[in-house]
Structure formats: C-alpha cells, structure tokens
Design a binder for this molecule. Structure first.
Ligand code: CA
Length: 228
C-alpha cells in the first residue's frame, strides 16, 4: 500500500534504509542500479516515493530522476547524497527531486522526510478531497460510498466511518479505543467489542479471504491497521 522505491548500490546502506522504512510501515522495493529502478517502477506504478542514491554504476541518480519525472509528476522523489555541495542540491532539484537527505542520516530523519513526502504525494488525501483512491479501493467522501475494483461495496454508515478512518491513516496501528472514539464519538460509552464485531463484518465485505485478511490487519493486543 505505502510503497517506496529504494535505489542504492551500497547494500549495507540500502538494508539500513529498508529496515527503517519497513519499521515505519512502508513496503519497499529495492534496486541497485538506475536501470533496475526504472524497470521496478514500471512494474509498480503505485509507488508513492522514491529514494535515489546519486553515485551509481551505470546511469546516475540525477538521470534516473529525470527519466522518472518525464512520465510521472505524482511520485515524491528524495535524493540520497553523500556530498553536501550546493551544486548537488540544485542539480537534484532541477532534475525534479522534491527533497534530499545527506548521508549519514538517522532513521528518524529519513522516515520524517519520507512521511512528509508520502502525505504530499497523495498517499493521504486532503480532508476536503472527495475521493480517496487506494487500489483496489476508491472511497467517495461526498456520497460516502466505497468501491473495490470498480464494484460498489454496500456499507453501513459505521462501516463507512471505519473505512474512512483507515484510509486516512494507511499503515498506522489504530487502537480499538481510538477507533471507538473516532467512529462512535467520545461520549459513547460502548464496549470495545463493538469495534471487533464491525471489523469482522467489514472483513467479510472487503477482504479477498476474510479468514486471512490483508487490508484490515490485526495488531495483537492493540487494535487494527490498514494495509501492510
Ligand atoms: Ca552509491
């Protein structure tokens, strides 16, 4: 769901980046060369953010950035640079990058940058937007409907509110309390079990296989999470 491409030829740096992004709730696709990265993006058009190293064997990160931008204006691009010269930043931005991180960087710095860009790149749509598109789902917030693969899924208003909460927070673990407060209201003193019951029903409606859910995931002892 929250897919990030990591292009870095140094495997130890790449693993470091990948581990930290996964911990932050992202799904990663990895490439060691620019050519490979472009091919992977072609196969994964739902990728929201790309992290591009600059110094690479074959075409460099700037060229990769330029080629991505030639056909994709939506994706967020962050350059990973070992050098700090102003020139690199200017070149990177000129080729279409949105941001850059200078090595060595901390996991917190990296995920903060990716989060910011991910939100801007349309992973989380603005509140006043009328449609939230997270394939295979399309949520229309004006007429409060959900489609899966273009087919309408009939939802109750409560189920709709739960799905909306999930789609507003992809990849984030939501506690049962939080779901109850948001969907039923803070002054609703119902049982947490009502959350579970609604989730069970929702899974039957939206999961390919409700017995092994992939969209609404259980976070044991805590609550639920939308997506990987
Ligand atoms: Ca490199």
């Amino acid at each position: 769901m929250k897919k990030v491409l990591v292009l870095e030829d140094e495997t130890n740096i790449r693993s470091f980046v990948v581990i930290n992004l996964k911990r932050a709730g992202y799904e990663t696709i990895e490439a060691g060369t620019g050519e490979e990265a472009l091919e992977l993006l072609r196969q994964n058009p739902d990728t929201k953010v790309a992290l591009l190293d600059i110094m690479l064997p074959g075409i460099d990160g700037f060229e990769v950035c330029r080629r991505i931008r030639a056909s994709n204006s939506q994706i967020g691009i962050i350059m990973l640079t070992a050098r700090t010269q102003e020139m690199d930043k200017v070149t990177g931005l000129m080729t279409g990058a949105d941001d850059y991180v200078t090595k060595p960087f901390s996991p917190a710095e990296l995920t903060a940058r990716v989060d910011a860009l991910y939100r801007r790149a349309g992973g989380v749509v603005q509140e006043n937007a009328e449609e939230i598109h997270q394939p295979p789902f399309l949520l229309n917030t004006r007429n409060r409907t959900l489609e899966k693969n273009g087919q309408r899924v009939k939802l109750t208003q409560v189920e709709y509110s739960i799905i909306k909460l999930f789609m507003d927070n992809p990849g984030k673990a939501l506690s049962r309390e939080e779901i109850l407060d948001t969907v039923w209201g803070r002054d609703y003193f119902g049982e947490l079990k009502i959350v579970d019951v609604n989730i069970r029903r929702l899974r039957i409606k939206i999961e390919d296989d409700p017995t092994s859910p992939t969209y609404i995931n259980t976070v044991w002892g805590y609550g639920y999470k939308w997506g990987a």
